[in-house]
Design a protein around this ligand. Structure first.
Ligand code: SF4
Length: 266
C-alpha cells in the first residue's frame, strides 16, 4: 500500500491568551508565509508568497483525514490561523463545515488580518464562525501602510467599512486585535475611537512578545494604552491568563509558532 504524506494543517493545541486551549487549523499550509500583509512585527518573517486574491490551498478531504488524530485532544476552541492569512483560502466556508462535522461541540474561531473582509464571499464565509478576530493596527492610511505593508491596492477605509458592515449581520463574537508598537503607541486614543465605530464585543491589546524585528512595548506602556479604551471590553497580552497544554505534534506547531509554540498563540 502506498503511504501518502499530507502537509500538516492541524497543529497545537496551543495555550492562547485569547482563546484558551486552542487547536489550530491552517487552511493555507504553504511551506513559508502566504499573506496579503507583510507586517513589520510578523513573527514569521517577511512574506514569502505575497497574495491578495483567494485560491485553493488544501481540500476538504485532506483536512478531514488530518482531524482524526485531534479528536481526543482536550481543547476549548478550534482556531483557523497558521502560516499566513486564512481568508485567502477560497474554500474556507467548506473547511469550517468539515471541522464542525468532525469536531463538533467546540466554538470555531478565526484570526484574520481583515484585508479581504470587504468582499461579499469572505463575509459569507466569516459568518460561519462563532468568533471572528479581526486585525486593526492603525487609525490612518499612512500608518496602515507603514505597519501592515499591504499587498495590492487595499485601503484601511475599505477594511474598516467591511468590518462595520460585517458587524451588522454577525451575531457571533467579534473581537478586534490591535498590535501596539512604537510606531502607533501614541495613537491609542484614535484607535479606541475607531474601535468604538466597529462595535466589537472585545478589543485584544497586543504587543509583539515573540521574536521579531520590532521592540515590544512594556507592561506600563500597554497599561497606559488600555486606559484609553475605557468603556470597551479589553484584554491585554500582559495580564491575560494562559492555560497549560501539550501540542499533539510539536513540529507542526513550531512551524506556525516559532520558538514559542508552548507559550502563546498570536
Ligand atoms: S497579517 Fe499576520 S501573518 Fe500576515 S504579515 Fe501580518 S502578522 Fe504576519
Amino acid at each position: 500500500m502506498t503511504k501518502t504524506t499530507l502537509p500538516s494543517m492541524v497543529y497545537g493545541p496551543v495555550p492562547s491568551w485569547r482563546l484558551g486551549r486552542s487547536l489550530g487549523i491552517d487552511p493555507v499550509s504553504t511551506q513559508s508565509k502566504t499573506c496579503s500583509f507583510d507586517c513589520v512585527y510578523c513573527q514569521l518573517g517577511r512574506t514569502a508568497y505575497p497574495l491578495a486574491e483567494r485560491r485553493l490551498f488544501v481540500t476538504a478531504e485532506m483536512l478531514r483525514q488530518q482531524l482524526t488524530a485531534a479528536k481526543e485532544a482536550s481543547i476549548d476552541t478550534i482556531t483557523f490561523s497558521g502560516v499566513g492569512e486564512p481568508t485567502l483560502a477560497a474554500n474556507l466556508g467548506e473547511l469550517v463545515e468539515v471541522v464542525r462535522a468532525e469536531l463538533g461541540g467546540h466554538p470555531v474561531a478565526i484570526l484574520t488580518n481583515a484585508s479581504l473582509i470587504w468582499r461579499e464571499d469572505v463575509q459569507r464565509d466569516l459568518m460561519r464562525f462563532d468568533i471572528v478576530v479581526a486585525k486593526v493596527d492603525a487609525p490612518t492610511e499612512e500608518l496602515f501602510h507603514a505597519i501592515n505593508r499591504p499587498i495590492g491596492q487595499v485601503e484601511l477605509a475599505q477594511i474598516l467599512d467591511g468590518i462595520r458592515h460585517f458587524r451588522q449581520g454577525f451575531t457571533g463574537k467579534l473581537a478586534l486585535q490591535m498590535m501596539f508598537i512604537e510606531a502607533n503607541q501614541n495613537q491609542a486614543r484614535q484607535m479606541a475611537a475607531l474601535a468604538r465605530t466597529c462595535r466589537p464585543d472585545e478589543v485584544q491589546l497586543n504587543t509583539p512578545l515573540r521574536p521579531c524585528p520590532v521592540r515590544p512595548l512594556s507592561v506600563s506602556e500597554m497599561a497606559a494604552i488600555e486606559a484609553e479604551f475605557a468603556g470597551l471590553s479589553t484584554i491585554n497580552v500582559y495580564t491575560a491568563e494562559r492555560p497549560q497544554v501539550v501540542p499533539l505534534d510539536m513540529q507542526a506547531t513550531r512551524r506556525r509558532r516559532p520558538r514559542e509554540a508552548r507559550t502563546i498563540q498570536d
